[in-house]
Design a protein around this ligand. Structure first.
Ligand code: NI
Length: 204
């Protein structure tokens, strides 16, 4: 569930990472841009999605270029979050933007320092899992430390959707998908739908 930002209306993002998971048909130009962006996003079945990403040690122009590229992809894909793993780069790096008019936030080497005991179940989608959304229970509030693209320390206190997106993306960095966090029944139904999607994509 995650970000053409003018398309990301406030009502949509109850589905995390892929804001368009259950949306109305898009303007053809926006849809074409989204398809082009999604072609760069690794999908279910790609082994990289199960890998654990490595800490970023060099805060250089290459890293900042990578952050900018991920932000642009997330934007065009109409996502609200994207982890480097999803573009096949095993760096502990994620970008997100919960508010459509905000700038893209980047978090390098993120670490959850604290999570609330209070949990909430909400529907999540994922740019790597086409046409799937499942219920995921997560802590409502978190405190996260990390670095920005220049290596400066960041400390974020997040709640609600922002906390959910960050946790979803950190899961990606650990090789964990929402399929691993939902009920057995929903996982089973999602895998069936993903197999059908894959068969259709292979046939195309
Ligand atoms: Ni995802």
């Amino acid at each position: 569930m995650a970000d053409t930002v003018e398309q990301l209306d406030a009502a949509a993002p109850e589905v995390v990472e892929d804001s368009q998971a259950e949306e109305e048909p898009l303007d053809p130009e926006v849809a074409a841009r989204r398809r082009a962006a999604l072609a760069h996003v690794r999908k279910w079945g790609d082994p990289v999605l199960k890998e654990r990403a490595r800490p970023v040690e060099r805060f250089d122009d290459a890293l900042r270029t990578e952050i900018a590229r991920m932000g642009a992809l997330m934007h065009d894909a109409l996502g609200i979050g994207l982890a480097a793993t999803q573009v096949g780069v095993l760096h502990r790096l994620l970008v997100y933007r919960v508010q459509p008019d905000a700038s893209v936030a980047a978090l390098v080497n993120p670490r959850i320092e604290w999570r609330s005991g209070e949990q909430e179940i909400a529907e999540e989608g994922c740019l790597s899992l086409p046409e799937v959304s499942v219920d995921v229970e997560r802590p409502v509030h978190i405190r996260v430390s990390g670095q920005d693209g220049d290596g400066e320390t960041i400390l974020i206190e997040a709640s609600g959707l922002e906390a959910r997106v960050i946790q979803h993306e950190i899961d990606h960095l650990d090789g964990v998908l929402i399929l691993d966090r939902t009920t057995r029944e929903q996982k089973k139904a999602a895998i069936k739908s993903l197999r059908a999607w894959q068969a259709a994509a292979d046939g195309a």
